[in-house]
Design a protein around this ligand. Structure first.
Ligand SMILES: NC(=O)C1=CN([C@@H]2O[C@H](COP(=O)(O)OP(=O)(O)OC[C@H]3O[C@@H](n4cnc5c(N)ncnc54)[C@H](O)[C@@H]3O)[C@@H](O)[C@H]2O)C=CC1
Ligand SMILES: O=C(O)[C@@H]1CCC=N1
Length: 264
């Protein structure tokens, strides 16, 4: 099994590291392209995969091809490769807003397409990926793709109409969490904790809280209630968060994210 990446920036690097880490595909069976030699040198050194500046070479040398460029470059890249994409090849999109119908139209028809939305925690094997496929992708093909996507975290098949929501809840959401961690650390530093220690305490608390939701199966509100002692410290913090519109800021930010996705 050979996998190719057209574009090798933040997301492709995270996926490739995740795949190699889990030994799903060896580095020698992975090929990636980028626009600049500097990026390719970095990728070769950091990941040990084959590199090329030629997108056609990447297409010809892969069974599964991941389009890992920004959405605005999709038309140009697809126009370049569409005549060399083979019938049995699987093409994976990781771009927000690009529907299976749109992708198929750009390719001119008949292509096996899987639309996904991964996220950068793939790098540490804790990604969350949403996926859906078109009618040309066989059950066997799709099982292979899910195995690869599952090698760097969790993967779930979702209806295509939820792909835009997937961008806001998992594709983009690591950025919100990093802001939360940074803000928590700022708060701790403001009250005297050293900066590095503050990041550790904040990040581990986010990690532990996420595990509590996933592993206990309890409602997040119930878990929150367990932390809030009557007349205690936490409910004071919660009161201020509600007063400052924390919950609503998150909801509105996510709705803005989905609106942007739908406009891409
Ligand atoms: N960064 C993230 O957290 C996530 C990104 N995505 C999607 O993944 C895709 C890639 O995003 P990033 O990796 O963040 O972008 P990036 O800008 O880090 O990487 C894109 C790479 O594509 C290369 N490139 C541009 N035009 C090219 C061309 N014609 N041929 C070959 N390579 C070309 C660039 O040199 C760059 O290395 C985008 O569609 C993005 O929306 C999806 C989920 C999460
Ligand atoms: O910001 C973006 O457009 C991409 C898609 C999801 C995460 N990053």
């Amino acid at each position: 099994m050979k996998i190719g990446f057209i574009g090798c920036g933040n997301m492709a690097t995270a996926i490739i590291k995740g795949i190699i880490r889990k030994q799903i595909i060896d580095a020698e069976n992975i090929i990636a392209s980028a626009k600049t030699k500097a990026t390719l040198d970095r990728v070769q050194k950091e990941l040990g995969v084959k590199v090329s500046t030629d997108n056609l070479e990447v297409t010809e040398n892969s069974d599964i091809l991941v389009l890992a460029v920004k959405p605005q470059y999709y038309p140009e890249v697809i126009a370049q490769i569409k005549d060399v994409v083979r019938k049995e090849q699987i093409v994976i999109s990781i771009a927000p807003g690009k529907t299976l119908d749109w992708l198929q139209e750009q390719f001119g028809g008949g292509v096996r397409l899987v639309r996904t939305m991964p996220n950068t925690p793939a790098l540490v094997g804790e990604g969350m990926t949403g996926a859906c496929r078109n009618e040309y992708v066989t059950d066997e093909d799709y099982a292979t793709v899910l195995r690869i996507l599952g090698s760097f975290g969790e993967v779930e098949t979702i209806p295509e109409n939820l792909m835009d929501v997937c961008v806001s809840v998992s594709g983009s959401s690591p950025a919100y969490i990093y802001i939360l961690i940074e803000a928590m650390a700022d708060g701790a530093v403001a009250d005297g904790m050293p900066r590095a220690q503050a990041y550790k305490f904040a990040a581990q608390s986010v990690l532990g809280s996420a595990k509590m939701v996933l592993e206990t199966g309890k409602h997040p509100g119930e878990l929150k209630d367990q932390v809030c002692s009557p007349g205690g410290t936490t409910i004071e913090a919660v009161r201020v968060l509600e007063e400052k519109g924390f919950r609503s800021s998150v909801i509105e930010a996510m709705k803005a994210c989905v609106r942007k996705t739908r406009g891409i």
